[in-house]
Design a protein. Structure first.
Length: 185
């Protein structure tokens, strides 16, 4: 049974070779002009999507390796983002996400609602060993699936990174966006 032009019942294996998974941060605080809004790409991730006869019988499992998170862009700031900035951000990211103890960020959902063109998936996101509910919205168009969610770091017990005695801070909300080619089941 075809769910749409591109999607049909079956099991889909996804990863970075067929799409992008990005985290987008923004700055806050009095010193926000000095920092950068970051785009961080998950370079090592996998997902299994199982589509049933209806949205409620579908499931999603995603695993993102913390060590595979790489800064791909930094906008704003007084100076351009340097290689040493990227190295320092990568180090701080691994520290904040406790990469030595929690090697992956996971999302698991059983079921969805809506249509392939406009769907919602409710699941559990686990970061630094804590699980919280998360709503992901997305849709299919022109052979691609796009969507995203907002993750408020403090819900998972993560204190947003700050520098210069708190004058420069990352905003608590991090935008997660994805764009995927529809693979064969």
């Amino acid at each position: 049974m075809a769910l749409s032009e591109g999607l049909s019942e079956g099991r889909y294996e996804l990863g970075p070779e067929g799409g992008r998974l990005l985290l987008k941060t923004s700055r806050s605080g009095l010193g926000r002009r000095a920092g950068h809004d970051l785009t961080i790409e998950a370079t090592r991730w996998s997902a299994t999507v199982t589509l049933g006869t209806d949205a409620g019988s579908s499931s999603v499992e995603v695993s993102v390796e913390v060590d595979g998170l790489e800064v791909v862009e930094g906008t704003g700031g007084v100076l351009p983002l340097s290689d040493s900035d990227r190295t320092e951000i990568r180090k701080n990211l691994r520290k904040v996400l406790q990469a030595d103890r929690h090697h992956a960020i996971t999302f698991e959902a059983g079921g969805a609602s809506g249509t392939p063109e406009d769907f919602t998936v409710e699941g559990e996101l686990t970061i630094v060993g804590r699980s919280q509910s998360l709503t992901v919205r997305g849709g299919e168009k022109d052979g691609r699936i796009t969507g995203g969610a907002t993750v408020r770091q403090s819900r998972w017990g993560i204190k947003p990174y700050s520098a210069f005695f708190g004058a420069l801070k990352l905003a608590d909300d991090v935008e997660i966006v994805f764009e995927l080619a529809i693979p064969a089941p």
